[in-house]
Design a protein around this ligand. Structure first.
Ligand SMILES: [Zn+2]
Length: 499
């Protein structure tokens, strides 16, 4: 089965065929940098990181561009409120955005163009629009004449007379649905020279200029939040196709993620940011893995309810996964478990039964995962498939009939490698989560090294074998005093750093 994705512009799931074989070009609208980004802004970043990773997993080379809007009314308003140059605002929030991306471990973005570095390209595309008869100039402002572009409304599915005016403060345009391509500078505003006088670009035009410059006309996927369909993306299509009328469709597939909702209210920056909604605050309490796991557990097109309780539930579910993975790595790495000596008839039967059980679901996990993801990136179902497999595996490993031999260890090893790869598609790094305890040892200067801990555990196991419970308790307490918790499991004793 090949990849199908829901194309907003055709309103149906379509087979994905990129313009150029083996290469996928993606553009996603990035943030306007006038504030810290919220969990709502993080959704498209996490979703399209997954989209990019899955396409790479399928063997495509992916070129991914996400812009930064560093000139816009909200930025100017904030700069005026603080009495500083707009660059002070944009520098501060670009830095914060890059820090968030880094902490969130997002690897998808190849190019991150800034609007203010794209002025020549923006002027060029506006010139083309005017020359082709789709734009008009009033007192240093340039507007797009919607009445000249017959396909206006094809993305949002609206009729022109039903559309609302998205910029009511603009009195110079000829029609309420027209929109600004270039805005004349008001006194004290940042501005650039242009054929129409000093001014600055409108918001929509930058995305047309940047995407066409970096990806070429007719690129494969344009993404963003559902709230960008109208007017932003509708306007991007009109501008781009008016500037290049002979080149066909501006974009092949339009993908939009659903909104994050807080008690039935759409979360956007204009609501004002509650402390809990700010991504950088959440990242102090929850690992990037948990935030990604929480978000991708819902299909990208569905609305996602945000609350600290919901995030807490995801954290618990994710910890179950990590615990099982810890058990698997324990069995893989623990030599004593690799072989059962004295293979009696009974043990042989148990081994065979375990192998049959393991084989029955391990072989289908990857296949099921791929068919879920091929169905419009259904990460919710794919995460469910992995969770079910891990739960089943844990059940087998915890059962009193569980014994392992080399063959079982090698099954577990390949399962471990496979699911590590599959979780990587979501940007979830299982290995890092497992190593976290070791990092805490280093960062908190706990005065024990891993070898010492493991030697003490061996000593304690020896004591338990000899029924010397006094000694075994002493060792347990000694480790506990250093912040190391022991857990005796069927497959052996594991340790964790107390958090
Ligand atoms: Zn955009």
């Amino acid at each position: 089965m090949s990849l199908k994705l829901y194309n907003t512009i055709t309103r149906k799931k379509e087979e994905f065929i990129p313009s150029e074989k083996n290469i996928v070009r993606i553009y996603v609208c990035g943030p306007t940098v006038y504030n810290y980004i919220s969990i709502g802004n993080a959704r498209p970043i996490i979703v399209f990181n997954m989209v990019r990773n899955y396409l790479k997993f399928l063997g495509y080379k992916v070129i991914f561009v996400q812009n930064i809007t560093d000139i816009e009314d909200k930025i100017i308003n904030k700069a005026n409120a603080e009495g500083v140059d707009f660059k002070v605002i944009t520098d501060r929030y670009i830095k914060a955005f890059l820090e968030d991306i880094n902490t969130l471990e997002i690897s998808s973005i190849d190019e991150m163009p800034l609007a203010t570095k794209m002025i020549d390209e923006i002027i060029d595309i506006i010139n083309r629009i005017i020359k082709n008869g789709y734009g008009y100039v009033v007192n240093g402002n340039v507007y797009f004449d919607v009445s000249k572009y017959k396909d206006y409304g094809k993305l949002s599915g609206q009729k022109i007379d039903e559309m609302k005016d998205t910029d009511e403060n603009d009195f110079e345009k000829q029609d309420k649905v027209d929109f600004a391509l270039w805005k004349e500078a008001k006194p004290g505003e940042p501005s650039w020279e242009s054929p129409w006088g000093k001014g600055r670009p409108g918001w929509h035009i930058e995305c047309s200029a940047m995407s066409i410059k970096h990806l070429g006309f007719g690129f494969d996927i344009h993404g963003g939040g559902l709230d960008l369909i109208f007017p932003h993306h509708e306007n991007e299509i009109a501008q781009s196709e008016a500037a290049f009328p002979d080149k066909g469709n501006f974009v092949k597939y339009w993908m939009h993620n659903g909104m994050i909702e807080v008690k039935d209210r759409k979360m956007s920056k204009s609501d004002g940011l509650k402390e809990d909604w700010i991504l950088k605050n959440l990242l102090k309490k929850y690992s990037p893995n948990i935030i990604k796991f929480y978000m991708l557990s819902t299909h990208y097109r569905s609305p996602l309810e945000f609350s600290i309780e919901k995030l807490g539930e995801s954290k618990k579910a994710f910890e179950k996964i990590i615990n099982t993975i810890r058990n698997i790595t324990f069995i893989i790495n623990n030599d004593e478990n690799k072989k059962v000596s004295n293979i009696t008839y009974e043990i042989k039967n148990k081994l065979e039964a375990n192998k049959t059980k393991l084989k029955s679901f391990l072989t289908t996990v990857k296949e099921d995962f791929i068919s879920a993801m091929n169905d419009d990136f259904n990460s919710a179902e794919a995460i469910g498939i992995l969770f079910e497999a891990i739960k089943n595996l844990n059940g087998i490993m915890q059962s009193s009939d569980f014994v392992a031999d080399n063959e079982i260890v090698s099954y577990l090893k390949s399962f471990y490698e496979e699911i590590t790869d599959l979780y990587n598609i979501f940007g979830i790094n299982l290995n890092k989560e497992l190593k976290e305890d070791l990092m805490i040892l280093q960062t908190e200067n706990i005065n024990l090294d891993v070898e010492e801990i493991e030697n003490l555990i061996k000593e304690r196991n020896e004591a338990r074998k000899n029924k010397d419970f006094k000694k075994s308790d002493e060792i347990r307490n000694k480790l506990l005093n250093k912040g190391i918790l022991l857990e005796d499991r069927k497959e052996g004793t594991i340790w964790k750093v107390q958090k």
